[in-house]
Design a protein around this ligand. Structure first.
Ligand SMILES: C[S@@+](CC[C@H](N)C(=O)[O-])C[C@H]1O[C@@H](n2cnc3c(N)ncnc32)[C@H](O)[C@@H]1O
Length: 267
């Protein structure tokens, strides 16, 4: 490690991990993260797919999508295709997915083929032009993938361009307050500054991932700037899911949101 490296702490899932500050270099971040998702990602981070928007929040309870029959759907960061399957089984008319990782795209293809669902899949970073049609989709959504972008405003601008007028954008991500607080001996302890949006790397086993934790206002202001009106925001932990889970993560989720979800409409 560089002798000028700055070590810090961070939360990944329910646990506290050591992190190291890094520069925001888009190309190396994409290389690191696509390798992470090509190899270990899903095993390490667990399921982040519909009907769950992330830990302790579910579509069954929130009904943000509602009836999707006959609707054209695009998933940003489609992972292994579980969320596309969920919407395909609810009679969406078209399923499109895009993802940075070739392996994830291959997993989605195999999974949806096995489910008898047809999709259009594109391997690309969400920040870049990749041939997705404009003014086309009724819904663009993303379950635990938007936060990986190196260019939030640019990504929201692209997403707005893919949607029809009045189309809906729904996304979920780790709540930034959860990324600052660790559970320690039955207490919650602040470990990181909420305002710190700098980039960091975390090594989990043999895999490394690179991220930054943006403030909620950064998401809200970027949506407003790129022509979205927010219709609903979820930051509650679902009582039933918490009761069926043990351990520090559920205890933490009783005290603060670990996931947030935003539903916005293209103006
Ligand atoms: C938590 S997974 C999403 C899981 C997905 N919702 C599902 O139903 O399986 C996050 C995904 O974001 C993708 N990703 C990370 N950085 C990306 C980027 N810059 N552009 C596009 N996809 C990205 C990863 O490859 C990974 O598949």
């Amino acid at each position: 490690m560089d002798k000028n490296s700055v070590y810090r702490t961070n939360m990944i899932g329910g646990g506290e991990v050591s992190a190291i500050s890094v520069d925001m270099d888009k190309r190396s971040i994409h290389e690191t993260n696509s390798l992470f998702w090509d190899t270990k990602g899903n095993d390490v981070l667990g399921a982040t797919a519909l009907p769950f928007f992330g830990a302790f929040v579910s579509e069954e309870k929130c009904q943000l999508f509602g009836d999707v029959s006959g609707k054209k759907m695009l998933e940003i960061g489609c992972g292994s295709g579980q969320s596309l399957q969920y919407l395909g089984e609810r009679k969406a008319s078209e399923l499109w997915g895009m993802d940075l990782s070739e392996n994830q795209i291959e997993k989605t293809k195999q999974h949806l083929t096995a489910c008898g669902l047809s999709t259009t899949l594109i391997c690309s970073p969400m920040e870049e032009e990749c041939g997705i049609p404009e003014d086309y989709f009724d819904f663009v959504y993303s379950i635990y993938a938007i936060g990986w972008t190196t260019d939030l405003e640019g990504t929201f601008r692209r997403i707005a361009s893919y949607l029809k007028k009045d189309g809906v954008f729904i996304f979920s991500w780790s709540h930034p307050i959860h990324k600052c607080v660790a559970a320690e001996n039955d207490r919650l302890v602040f470990k990181k500054c909420y305002f710190d949006e700098s980039w960091y790397s975390v090594t989990l086993g043999e895999s490394t991932l690179t991220l930054s934790d943006r403030k909620l206002s950064t998401y809200v202001n970027a949506l407003a700037k790129e022509g979205f009106a927010i219709e609903q925001m979820i930051e509650e932990s679902d009582e039933e899911i918490m009761q069926s889970s043990n351990g520090d993560f559920a205890k933490k989720a009783k005290m603060l949101p670990v996931t947030f979800v935003i539903k916005a409409r293209k103006l």
